[in-house]
Design a protein around this ligand. Sequence first.
Ligand SMILES: [Zn+2]
Length: 289
Amino acid sequence: MHLDLHRHLEGSHSPAALAKVAREFNLRSPLLFDDATQRFRDEQSIAAQVTLTEPSDDSSRFYRCIVQARQAYVSVEAIAALSVLAFREAAEDTDGFELRLSLFSMVRTLLEHQRLAWRDVPPVVFAERWAQPILLAVLAARDQVAKETGTPMVVRLGLSRTFESEPHYRALADMVVEHAPRLVGLDVLGIVPPPDAEPMPEGLVAVLERLRPHLPDLTIHAGEFSGRRARARKPGHPRAPGESGHHPRGVPIEQPPLDSHGRGPAGEGPRQRAVARAAARARALRAGQ
Ligand SMILES: [Zn+2]
């Protein structure tokens, strides 16, 4: 049985799905449409723009691929279509999976594509008028594909350390509370400049505290881009990945077992906790949660 407990929606748009949605929604951005020939790009041409050709410690190269794929986020309908395809592909790849949703960045991207300055959008409007339809579209896509395939699938809400606006995140969190029963938990993610991703912004900690009574399960991304030396620090070291006063006991610190060159392993303690947590979640998935 293959369970994938760590997928991101934004990283799950295949070249085939992007090509299909581009034609369906007449998306003529450079990633998807070739102005010179006036034709939609094929899968191979899109793949060359959204795929890393070699391992790299430079997180910006990876992130550029994610940003490229976001060119298709032009409307809630396009996001809904991409979501259905992403859930279907994940269901084909696995016997069950967890997909993470970076709602804030999806809303920001959609607003940019609508030529709106997101910072000028009042937080409550940002949350209710823009974020909520995206969240509902993704959850509807999940329900549809779960029904089609019978594959267990859960959705986790990602909140980024980049934390661009406290009021917008707070309004987003207030909106999410209402939909919490349809989500499985929270995730802290986001690439911030070195040397340290910790401590988290105080405002983000407050948002997590606001949401955890409704979504107690919390995962924290740590160490993916911090290099071998940082990841070899023992848990408890003040600059060990994911270590800060804000992390309650029992929260899994997610680290890749190997670095991008295939070297490893990462620190034992957090990894063991993450694996134990993954196993528990796998059992929950099997139980049909
Ligand atoms: Zn991740």
